[in-house]
Design a protein around this ligand. Structure first.
Ligand code: GSH
Length: 220
């Protein structure tokens, strides 16, 4: 699979990059990684060498470019992983897709107030009403899907899939900012944080040198 390349941002901060990377690692795909540090004077020019949108992640497969995290997950599932990114049952699949799309399109307040910062711990942020509503809605999705489909140690909608990958940065955000969560959410978060690929991602995020001040929230 030498012609498969995932172009990503900093591991510590780029939650959009983490999502497809995690799915691809979980699926056992071999791929080359290109990392572009965000927020540097030459970042935009470097990203544009790979991505027509000027954003990461972008997946390059031969002559094909896929320039959006959810579109990459869809392509990976369909073209490279035999459709295993989604549940087989069409009704469960429709719910899993709804959750993944809601994550992709929404939660603007939470993204801004609790930015992903993999290596940071014990940060405290007072959430706005919108931020708290986003946290509550996320927990509602996680509780409901885990209760109905995640029994016997399974994931959000049964087997590990695109929805788990799309929600993975949530577990890191809750950890960094000490967000108190209900039991099923806590259980899913601790499970995904122990996923070997997540452990690897957090390890390399911690080793990165760049500090992006605008992403550093909730320090003392
Ligand atoms: N909707 C896009 C969002 C991608 C996005 O916003 N990526 C950020 C990094 S996490 C980016 O490339 N920013 C460009 C920059 O900082 O110059 C996706 O899902 O892939």
């Amino acid at each position: 699979m030498a012609d498969l390349t995932l172009v990503m941002g900093n591991r510590n901060y780029s939650s959009w990059s983490l999502r497809p990377w995690l799915l691809m690692r979980h699926a056992g795909l071999e791929f080359r990684e290109v990392r572009i540090a965000l927020d540097q004077p030459d970042t935009r020019q470097k990203i544009l060498e790979y991505s027509p949108s000027g954003r990461v992640p972008v997946l390059i497969h031969g002559t094909l470019k896929v320039w959006d995290s959810l579109a990459i997950c869809e392509y990976v599932s369909e073209a490279l992983w035999g459709g295993r990114g989604w549940p087989r049952d069409s009704r469960v699949r429709a719910e899993a897709r709804s959750a993944a799309c809601e994550m992709h399109a929404g939660f603007a307040a939470l993204r801004q107030e609790l930015p992903m910062n993999c290596r940071a711990r014990d940060r405290r942020v007072t959430l706005s009403a919108e931020g708290q509503a986003d946290v509550d809605r996320m927990c509602e999705i996680l509780e409901s899907s885990r209760r109905r489909f995640g029994h016997d140690g399974r994931w959000l909608f049964g087997d590990f899939g695109v929805a788990d990958a799309m929600f993975a940065p949530v577990a890191l955000r809750f950890l960094t900012y000490g967000v108190d969560t209900p039991p099923e959410t806590r259980d899913w978060c601790s499970r995904i944080l122990r996923h070997p690929a997540m452990t690897e991602w957090i390890g390399s995020a911690t080793a990165e040198a760049e500090v992006l001040e605008r992403e550093e929230r909730g320090r003392g």
